[in-house]
Write a protein that binds this ligand. Structure first.
Ligand code: ADP
Length: 274
């Protein structure tokens, strides 16, 4: 399912003295099956875009298309449940949203809330918890007895149990140590490849964007100022400096090696250690 933003502008607090424009004429097409990163410094508009991706916010100008659903300002709201089911958001610190007595019940909560029967919800929960690498014995435990990394996996399994087509990741590695970060990012990449998902990574980590995404959009002061493949985007360090961004280490390494070899290397064939 693809998502398209056409000339999207958004202002908070329209008509109040606190009115604040956060997005200006953003055009962005996220094709089905792609791994799109949206990057930019704090305050550049990333979270505001994120909330348009499953209609938590409606644009104040322009159009958001999510699959066949069209979302526009002041248009009568349609039933947005199918959109919300198809686009799952893994929010920052998703473990803060866990609340059920057991891990199993927590993962089943989303689907049951959307009308899936208990048997089917449990089947999905068991399957998804395996997929995210949770051992079976934790399913009957309280989610609050798990480690931070495992709690995050429970939250991710809960999003997957909704059977989304698109997963939006909001700074998914916030608060994790380098090893935990790598594990979680590798898990998302595996899910992306194996589950036929569209991934949208909202982050300020350029290393993660360069390593995993196949398309990058750069936000700067509410505008989408650059879009393209990682190598295209990061090849112009001067331009990036204008947007207060740096060329990531991994790309510098790849470019250096390519210059030495005299031909382009496919993305993701390198690791920082090489
Ligand atoms: P990012 O996620 O890149 O840090 P945001 O989308 O949160 O950026 O913010 C974009 C702009 O909108 C910022 O100037 C921010 O101060 C403003 N903003 C964000 N949320 C609100 C809000 N609820 N009310 C008013 N202004 C907001």
């Amino acid at each position: 399912m693809d998502i398209e933003l056409q000339k999207v502008s958004y202002s908070y607090g329209v008509g109040t003295p606190f009115e604040k424009r956060a997005l200006f004429d953003v055009d962005l097409l996220i094709p089905s099956g792609s791994y799109q990163a949206i990057i930019g410094h704090t305050g550049s508009g990333k979270s505001t875009i994120l909330q348009h991706l499953n209609a938590l916010l409606k644009p104040t100008e322009g159009t958001v298309r999510i699959g066949s659903a069209i979302i526009e300002y002041k248009k009568k709201p349609k039933d947005l449940r199918p959109v919300r089911q198809k686009v799952g958001i893994v929010f920052q610190f998703p473990e803060h949203q866990l609340f059920e007595e057991t891990v199993l019940k927590d993962i089943m909560f989303g689907p049951m809330n959307f009308g899936v029967d208990e048997k089917e919800a449990e089947e999905r929960a068991r399957k998804m918890s395996k997929l995210v690498g949770l051992p079976e014995e934790v399913l009957e435990k309280s989610p609050f007895d798990l480690s931070g990394g495992q709690m995050r996996r429970v939250a991710i399994a809960g999003v997957l149990a909704m059977k989304p087509d698109v997963i939006v990741l909001d700074e998914p590695t916030a608060g994790l140590d380098p090893r935990g970060r790598k594990e979680i990012m590798e898990l998302f990449y595996k899910l992306y490849k194996e589950q036929n998902l569209t991934m949208i990574l909202v982050t300020h980590s350029m290393e993660d964007a360069a390593r995993y995404a196949d398309h990058i959009a750069i936000m700067y002061n509410g505008r989408c100022v650059l879009t393209g493949k990682p190598l295209e985007i990061f090849s112009d360090a001067t331009k990036l400096a204008e947007f207060r961004l740096e060329v990531p280490h991994i790309i510098r390494f790849q470019k250096r090696l390519e210059a030495r070899l005299g031909f382009s290397l496919p993305k993701l064939c390198l690791t920082e250690e090489e």
